[in-house]
Design a protein around this ligand. Structure first.
Ligand code: A3P
Length: 278
């Protein structure tokens, strides 16, 4: 006569930690937090609150899939768990690792004009330095060599050459498993981008224009969360949508020229023209 240990997962109507069925893989400063918070408006989506960085940070990866699962929000059957870790997109080992976990996984990638992304990336690093009381080099000093050619060794420059990373993902995943969100449109008309995301995830269409309100002080759309009877208003933290330093038109033009060919290559690879300014 054996007494079986109680299996806490027998009742599949209760919420448990499950591996994600969708991951927001990047790109850093593309609008990944906005996307994740916005898709969380959907009643069948649950999000990991913090960035998990399981596949890109070795010490996390070595904790194994059970640890990863424990970082996920609890979901009921029919609900999707989603996490975002923006550096997945640019980290070489990650596509293969995600494929090994689940070759059917759905991937979301937010891309925006590479020059704006670069300036946004620089702005974040600059604020991090200034907050620690450190000085920081000017944008031009970091982005250009003294002879004015573009310094691709500067990480923030390289991260905007999207085509060099997308190849790695497409080596493992078919195009229909990678949905690219237009990060520029996500700012101005998030409901359009969210509709496409719902379709990609096979979710009933729920998120509408009325779920957003434009906050003119912040200059961005904020969200009406449907958690309580009175919708709770939620804007992203002040580190999202910060003023960028003034970058001259000459600098922007030089950078646009630099990225133009990489952008064309990307449009060809993903069969989509983002129309980023040249
Ligand atoms: P800036 O702060 O440079 O404007 P990430 O979350 O991937 O770090 O991306 C941050 C970027 O998200 C912000 O960059 C901002 O432009 C963009 N964003 C998109 N929608 C937003 C929103 N509704 N509120 C705030 N920022 C938003």
């Amino acid at each position: 006569f054996h007494i079986h240990p109680v299996d806490t997962q027998v009742d599949n109507s209760s919420a448990i930690h499950r591996l994600p069925e969708c991951i927001v893989i990047g790109v850093r400063k593309g609008g990944t937090r906005a996307l994740l918070d916005m898709i969380n408006l959907h009643s069948q989506v649950k999000i990991a609150k913090a960035e998990v960085h399981f596949f890109d940070i070795e010490t996390n990866f070595h904790l194994g899939l059970e640890w990863y699962k424990s970082q996920m929000p609890k979901t009921m059957p029919g609900e999707l768990a989603i996490e975002k870790s923006p550096s997945y997109f640019v980290t070489e080992s990650v596509p293969q690792r995600i494929f090994a976990m689940n070759p059917q996984i759905l991937l979301l990638l937010v891309l925006r004009d590479p020059v704006t992304r670069l300036i946004s990336d620089y702005t974040q690093i600059m604020y991090n330095h200034l907050e620690r009381g450190r000085t920081f080099k000017s944008f031009e000093e970091l982005v250009f060599f003294p002879n004015k050619s573009v310094n691709t060794g500067y990480e923030a420059v390289a991260k905007s050459i999207y085509v060099q990373y997308i190849h790695r993902w497409m080596h493992f995943f078919p195009k229909n498993q990678i949905h690219i969100v237009n990060g520029d449109r996500l700012i101005h008309q998030p409901w359009h981008e969210l509709r496409k995301v719902e379709q990609f995830l096979g979710l009933p269409l729920q998120i509408e224009k009325n779920d957003f309100f434009f906050n003119s002080t912040k200059g961005f759309h904020c969200l009406k969360k449907k958690t309580s009877s009175n919708p709770e208003l939620h804007c992203l933290t002040k580190s999202k949508g910060r003023a960028h330093p003034n970058i001259t038109d000459e600098t922007k033009t030089r950078l646009r020229k630099f990225y133009a060919q990489f952008n064309y290559d990307l449009y060809n690879v993903v069969d989509r023209d983002f129309g980023w300014p040249e």
